[in-house]
Design a protein around this ligand. Structure first.
Ligand code: 5GP
Length: 116
C-alpha cells in the first residue's frame, strides 16, 4: 500500500479541507497556503506518490484528472487564464507525495516563471 499523506486523510474525511469539487476518481480542495488568488489542488483518490510513479493502468485516471481540472477551473470562473502545475520530486518543491495538480489563477505569471 502506498504511504498515507495529508491528502489521503483529507480524502478520507479525517482532516478538514475546503472541498470545491469531488467525483468518483478525484477531489479538489483550496490550497491551505494559496500562492495566487485562486489556488486549488486536484487530487486523485488513488494514491500515486509522484507523476512518474503512474503506470499504464493509470492512463484513464490521468486523462480524467485533466478533464476534471478544466471543469474545476470553469466552475471557479478562471477558465480564461489559469496555470496547471505538477511538482514531481522534492528537488522541484514537491512536499506532499500524493500526486496533485495545482490550479493557479488571478495573478500575473511571467513567461519565464514556471513555478509559483
Ligand atoms: P507540492 O509542494 O507538494 O506540490 O504542493 C503541496 C501543496 O499542498 C502546497 O501548496 C501546500 O500549501 C498544500 N497543503 C499542504 N498541507 C495542506 C493541508 O493540510 N490542507 C490543504 N488544503 N493544503 C495543504
Amino acid at each position: 500500500m502506498a504511504t498515507e499523506t495529508i491528502f489521503s486523510k483529507i480524502i478520507a474525511g479525517e482532516i478538514p479541507a475546503d472541498i470545491v469539487y469531488q467525483d468518483e476518481h478525484c477531489v479538489a480542495i483550496k490550497d491551505v497556503a494559496p500562492k495566487a488568488p485562486t489556488h486549488l489542488l486536484v487530487i486523485p483518490r488513488k494514491v500515486i506518490p509522484r507523476l512518474c510513479d503512474a503506470s499504464e493502468e493509470d492512463r484513464a485516471l490521468l486523462g480524467h484528472l485533466m478533464l476534471a481540472t478544466g471543469d474545476i477551473a470553469r466552475q471557479a470562473g478562471v477558465e480564461e487564464a489559469f496555470r496547471v502545475i505538477i511538482n514531481n520530486g522534492a528537488g522541484v518543491g514537491q512536499t506532499v507525495f500524493h500526486l496533485h495538480l495545482h490550479i493557479l489563477a488571478g495573478k500575473e505569471f511571467s513567461e519565464a516563471q514556471l513555478g509559483f
